[in-house]
Design a protein around this ligand. Structure first.
Ligand code: PEP
Ligand code: MN
Length: 363
């Protein structure tokens, strides 16, 4: 049974400076003390206060760089002590949590592969109990909103109220423009269920390529997400993990300047803000509609080819009548008027018949 979550407003976490977006930046992985200090110093110069670095890295293949491990926490501690930044890293086990506690880590996040595993999430929640450390939960690798919410519930039940989420996109089998598919509608659904929960986007892991980071960051801000976690490295091309998606700190600075941040303050015109967010949601849904219609048309084309090979007529009126009847009934369940459903589906059907006709007449 889904429960309400008790969330402390992010302004009271004592981590982020005033203003939006809330920024977390740093390398994919801690690699050396020099790399950590150099990257942090240059990020600090941009006004970024929360520094990230992976210490234990979940890698797809064995025998690749799996993180420097606990010794890297000493370097993060130096960032905290010498630069006054807040430090955060990914935890995937009870041992990781205990190590973080020893080295004064200010916030942890749960990675996408770990969120998908309730045993580990529970273990981490138990280890974090009573520590007061904020936790950000990345979406699971698969597009399962319940699994994501379940992880939040486990942490919340362990008394963790400094709780937020990071949207990093979802794995797909097909090759798409991005490394991980944004599936914004899932983020929108989560946001509308827990509007008070701080919501970050991780455009780096979503994009998988630094050239897409700006467009994804802007899209997430347009949807009203308030934070960004972005990978930045003092020498990205030499990075030991995720080299293609990390930005130089100065590139990150330039990108941040180019982002249009929509006002969230109470003194901003509330109406405009709401309307912008709703329109951005509509844009996302329209794009999904188009992509679904495209897939439908592809199948229709296959049916056309198949009918042609088997010498079958295109129009099978009785089948169409029963589809339309079913859609009108289904549409009513979604609050859609009969006339509207009829017009939309007849238009779709006409276009389908046209495509199949073209196939038949194409000798
Ligand atoms: C990371 O942030 O370094 C990371 C491994 O991300 P994800 O869990 O989103 O793959
Ligand atoms: Mn990474």
């Amino acid at each position: 049974m889904e429960k309400n979550l008790e969330i402390m407003p992010v302004g009271r976490w004592g981590l982020f400076p005033d203003g939006l977006p809330l920024m977390i930046a740093g390398p994919c992985s801690a690699e050396s003390e020099v790399q950590i200090m150099e990257t942090a110093r240059r990020l600090k110069a941009l006004g970024i206060n929360v520094f990230r670095a992976g210490i234990w890295k979940p890698r797809t293949h064995p025998n690749t760089f799996e993180g420097v491990g606990t010794k890297g926490l000493k370097w993060l501690q130096r960032v905290k002590n010498e630069l006054g930044m807040k430090i955060c890293t990914e935890v995937a086990s009870e041992r990781h949590v205990f190590d973080c506690l020893k080295f004064g880590v200010d916030m942890v996040w749960i990675g996408a592969r770990t969120t998908a595993n309730p045993f580990l999430v529970q273990e981490i929640a138990d280890a974090l109990k009573d520590t007061g450390i904020p936790v950000l939960v990345k979406n699971p690798v698969n597009p399962d909103l319940d699994l994501w919410i379940g992880a939040l519930e486990r942490l919340n039940q362990a008394g963790i109220m400094k709780l937020g989420v990071i949207h990093r996109g979802f794995s797909t089998f097909e090759k798409i423009r991005y490394r991980n598919s944004p599936e914004w509608q899932i983020a929108i659904e989560l946001r509308s269920r827990y509007p008070e929960m701080p919501f970050f986007c991780d455009p780096s892991h979503m994009a998988g390529d630094r050239k897409y980071i700006r467009e994804l960051s802007q899209r997430s801000l347009d949807l009203g997400l308030e934070g960004l976690m972005i990978e930045s490295h003092c020498d990205p091309t030499c990075a030991l993990s995720d080299a293609g998606q990390q930005l130089l700190p100065e590139q990150l600075g330039e990108m941040m300047k180019s982002l249009v941040v929509r006002a969230h303050d109470t003194d901003s015109p509330e109406y405009k803000e709401n309307i912008d967010q709703l329109r951005a949601q509509i844009d996302v849904i329209d794009e999904s509609l188009l992509s679904l219609l495209g897939s439908r048309m592809g199948i229709s084309r296959q049916i056309g080819e198949y009918k042609k090979v088997n010498n079958i007529a295109i129009l099978q009126t009785s089948r169409w009548d029963s589809i339309l009847e079913r859609m009108i009934a289904k549409g009513a369940e979604y609050g859609l008027p009969e006339h509207f459903v009829t017009v939309v589906f007849n238009a779709i059907h006409d276009a389908s018949v046209q495509v199949q006709n073209d196939i038949l007449s194409d000798e």
